[in-house]
Design a protein around this ligand. Structure first.
Ligand code: ZN
Ligand code: FE
Length: 254
């Protein structure tokens, strides 16, 4: 049985501990901030055995070396980005499966935010850690990739089962919602969700995790096929990569 423990780090990052109760294996998904990660381990009484990195940015891999020194844990990261993942021990590639305790993880290469970004999918538990690729009502900025790459990456994630629980690495949802309603004002599922998000945030609650099905219904970055979105952008019938690129461009200037 896998358990996820979620907590806040830095300004708006989330830390996640993933724990396999059968073996005691415990992973930190990325290492945004050492102090809160160690506090979370202490709170749960878990021993850190793994770090699973999604990408090289400092708010994701900045705590690798300190935690590795302290815990002698194994650092897993993308083979194609190995030189930028501090302390990497195990290099993984797209489609590769590896054992995490008694569970099985699957690696998905999802470039776009960075060229070496990966996601971790645990099919049996129905959970995915997507880093800065997919956010609730948003997606990562294209720092190192093309709209086409990101569009393919998001499609890969959207091919997971609807009920998959999606852990994204930042609480950006309120700002994403403010943008989403401008490009899909007539999406009723989005309107309902925005009301829920406002309530959650007003109560100091996280909007993460989300799910694949919820994003498919409400996130403009995975809705390039939506006639409503295409209409607002003046791109009815346009290529979906172009619609995605224009949506991303508008968000960058929002
Ligand atoms: Zn990042
Ligand atoms: Fe980040």
């Amino acid at each position: 049985m896998l358990e996820v423990h979620q907590f806040s780090c830095l300004q708006d990052n989330y830390g996640f501990l993933l724990h396999d109760s059968a073996t005691g294996a415990t992973a930190s998904i990325d290492t945004p901030e050492v102090g809160p990660i160690n506090q979370a381990l202490a709170d749960k009484g878990w021993q850190l055995t793994h770090i699973l990195n999604t990408h090289h940015h400092f708010d994701h891999a900045g705590g690798n070396e300190e935690l590795k020194t302290q815990w002698q844990c194994q650092v897993v990261g993308a083979a194609i980005d190995a030189e930028r993942i501090p302390g990497i021990d195990v290099e993984v590639r797209d489609g590769q499966h590896f054992a995490f305790g008694s569970a099985e993880a699957q690696v998905m290469e999802v470039p776009g935010h960075t060229s070496g970004h990966i996601a971790y999918y645990f099919a049996d538990a129905g959970i995915a850690f997507v880093g800065d690729t997919l956010f609730a009502l948003g997606c990562g900025r294209l720092f190192e990739g093309t709209p086409e790459q990101m569009s393919v990456s998001l499609s890969k994630l959207m091919a997971l089962p609807d009920q998959t629980t999606v852990y994204c690495a930042h609480e950006y949802t309120e700002a994403n919602a403010a943008f989403a309603v401008t490009v899909e004002p007539n999406n009723e599922a989005l309107q309902r969700r925005v009301a829920e998000i406002r309530q959650l945030r007003a109560a100091g609650q996280p909007t993460v995790p989300t799910s694949i099905g919820l994003e498919r219904a409400t996130n403009p970055f995975v809705r390039a096929d939506s006639p409503g979105l295409q209409g607002v952008l003046g791109m009815v019938g346009a290529d979906e990569v172009d619609v995605f690129a224009e949506t991303r461009r508008r968000k960058d200037h929002f």
